[in-house]
Design a binder for this molecule. Structure first.
Ligand SMILES: [Zn+2]
Length: 382
């Protein structure tokens, strides 16, 4: 493992975290805002594309003005309502059925289908997305110091897989825009240019596997004319300063569009994602989110806003939580240690991260089952 125990003294990111460099004062480049330039550049571009989309006339080449990537979670349900009822876009609500996700969202999708005047499609490809996942998990650790978000590679790859499915769909149906409800941290690394999304994926997985995963269809995107390709828009960019999950949920419930669950966007691979980030990069899966929260709290004493989707308690002792979680995760993966002890430690840690006791117990059980989930998918752990 390349990471050391030297941590940024502001946000607790470790030296050796992918894309992170500490300076002589032991402060990391994210805290020093070296990335601010890139970030602003990206926001500026995504803002422009979104403004262009809002002003665009109806698509003359087909029945839809945009393909909207609809997960059934609160963010995308909130935005889908806006797209059809406020922006007046002819919207194809596209849901990719990710085999690793809990099915709770299905209920919200049914509510939206009843109440929103959009066309809904559900797409899936279990075999190929599982094949890709096996490849990510079973390949040797990436060499070198890694790039930003490498510790989340399986998660990022899963999302890219179904974004490419959506790109191919929009391309075939001549839909000019794809709307994606990514959060600001994802947008930093998400390409708006669909050709670049595909190229990035090629760089990660190689032409042979990519050819298999998409039956050769991505070649058409790589060699298409620019004006034949859909553009990706990020609608949350426009409201990033007043993103307020509680208000959004309240509004959705009032419209009968939403039923919440404490386990809403639960991914069944969450324990394995943590195994991946701990075993390859010595950090927990949500490290960037947690560090970004710690950074904000340090900067402004009265900071109390949740970042997109994830809340952390103010008193979080990040290095301690991370060290203990890492030990337990690696022991479970290796099949060593005491199951009862693991269970108690996990419940305690998840409660420290603001889960309710029931929530913490539920997630702890999924961690204890990690080896079985891995075996079912053909992923080697430990
Ligand atoms: Zn830092």
């Amino acid at each position: 493992m390349q990471t050391t125990d030297v941590r940024c003294r502001i946000c607790a990111l470790k030296a050796g975290h992918p894309g992170v460099v500490l300076d002589d004062d032991q402060v990391c480049n994210l805290c020093n805002l070296d990335v601010a330039g890139d970030l602003l550049e990206n926001y500026k571009y995504t803002n422009e594309v979104f403004a262009e989309f809002q002003q665009a006339p109806p698509n003359p080449r087909g029945d839809f003005d945009c393909l909207f990537m609809y997960s059934g979670g609160k963010d995308s349900t909130y935005m889908l309502d806006k797209f059809v009822n406020e922006y007046g876009k002819r919207t194809l609500a596209y849901t990719f059925d990710v085999p690793f996700e809990s099915t709770h969202a299905a209920q919200n999708i049914r509510l939206a289908q009843e109440k929103l005047p959009a066309t809904f499609v559900v797409d899936s490809d279990d075999d190929n997305i599982k094949k890709m996942m096996r490849d990510v998990f079973n390949r040797p650790r990436p060499k070198g110091s890694g790039k930003y978000l490498d510790e989340k590679l399986p998660c990022v790859s899963c999302r890219t897989f179904f974004v490419i499915r959506a790109i191919l769909y929009a391309f075939r149906e001549r839909i000019p825009y794809i709307a994606l409800c990514a959060d600001p941290q994802q947008i930093l690394t998400m390409e708006s240019n669909v050709r670049e999304v595909v190229r990035d994926f090629y760089r990660t997985f190689g032409p042979e596997l990519v050819g298999e995963l998409f039956n050769g269809a991505v070649e058409d995107v790589l060699f298409a004319e620019d004006d034949e390709l859909p553009k990706i828009v990020f609608p949350f960019i426009a409201m990033r300063h007043d993103y307020d999950p509680d208000r959004m949920v309240a509004e959705l419930k009032e419209k009968g569009l939403y039923q919440s669950s404490p386990l809403e966007t639960h991914c069944t691979l969450f324990p394995l994602l943590n195994y991946y980030s701990f075993s390859n990069w010595g950090c927990m899966f949500y490290k960037l989110n947690a560090s970004s929260y710690v950074r904000s709290v340090r900067r402004s004493k009265d900071y109390d806003r949740s970042t997109f989707s994830i809340k952390f308690p103010r008193s979080l002792d990040l290095p301690e939580v991370e060290d203990r979680l890492g030990r337990v995760v690696l022991e479970i993966a290796a099949g060593t240690g005491d199951r009862e002890e693991h269970r108690e430690t996990l419940v305690e840690l998840f409660q420290q991260m603001d889960a309710t006791e029931d929530g913490a117990r539920f997630v702890a059980e999924t961690f204890l089952d990690m080896r079985k989930v891995a075996a079912d998918l053909g992923i080697k752990v430990g």
